[in-house]
Ligand binder design. Structure first.
Ligand code: AMP
Length: 193
């Protein structure tokens, strides 16, 4: 199964992706996590991406497309994957479509978590507080100024993907304001259809 989760920062993509990993036994491919790992390891991509990520804007398409192209070739992704945070622009969606088509594959579903923007700041602040409670570092972009920029980037560059995937017939929407368990059940029901 090849699934993509779509939604703004704080919509619950990471939470739902973790649950889908458990149910379906396929990996979560989070470009945000991959980029944060590159920043931590100070790889050339990480060094280039750090300031861009901290400012809440998008890393160039060719960089993330290259990361995903390599990642989907790995053995654990052969049976499927859950894309979390990729694609984020129409150019990335087109590149993904080409990558999969070259293997005779396509996404089985694009699941959009629909949430009220007014809830997102509180959710991102909760995520930061939970990281502190676990003794983990807080994401450097989980603060009000960077979140504002991330939302701007989402509206301008990522939200058009709803229409893109609606036109291909792959889009499914779920009410992301429901409690986590109910969002998971709604996704499970969609995937069973
Ligand atoms: P995320 O963890 O998905 O919220 O991503 C954190 C940051 O990583 C974003 O604000 C971007 O700067 C960068 N990023 C993650 N995924 C992408 C992507 N598909 N395209 C461009 N930038 C990305």
């Amino acid at each position: 199964m090849r699934i993509m989760l779509l939604g703004p920062p704080g919509a619950g993509k990471g939470t739902q992706a973790t649950r889908l990993v458990e149910t379906h036994g396929i990996p979560q491919l989070s470009t945000g996590d991959m980029l944060r790992a590159a920043v931590k390891a100070q790889t050339p991509i990480g060094l280039q991406a750090k300031a861009v990520m901290d400012a809440g804007i998008l890393v160039p398409d060719d960089v993330v497309i290259g990361i995903v192209a390599d990642r989907i070739e790995e053995q654990d992704a052969k049976r499927g994957f859950i894309l979390d945070g990729f694609p984020r622009t129409v150019a990335q969606a087109e590149a993904l479509g080409r990558m999969l088509a070259a293997k005779g594959l396509a996404l089985d579903a694009v699941i959009e978590l629909v949430v009220d923007e007014s809830a997102l700041l509180a959710r991102v602040q909760k995520r930061a507080a939970e990281a502190v409670a676990r003794g983990e570092p807080v994401r450097t972009d989980d603060n009000p100024a960077a979140l504002r920029k991330r939302l701007e980037a989402y509206r301008a560059q990522t939200a058009p993907l709803s229409e893109y995937y609606r036109s291909t017939g792959q889009l499914r929407t779920v009410d992301g304001m429901l409690p986590v368990e109910l969002v998971s059940s709604a996704i499970a029901a969609l995937l069973q259809r």
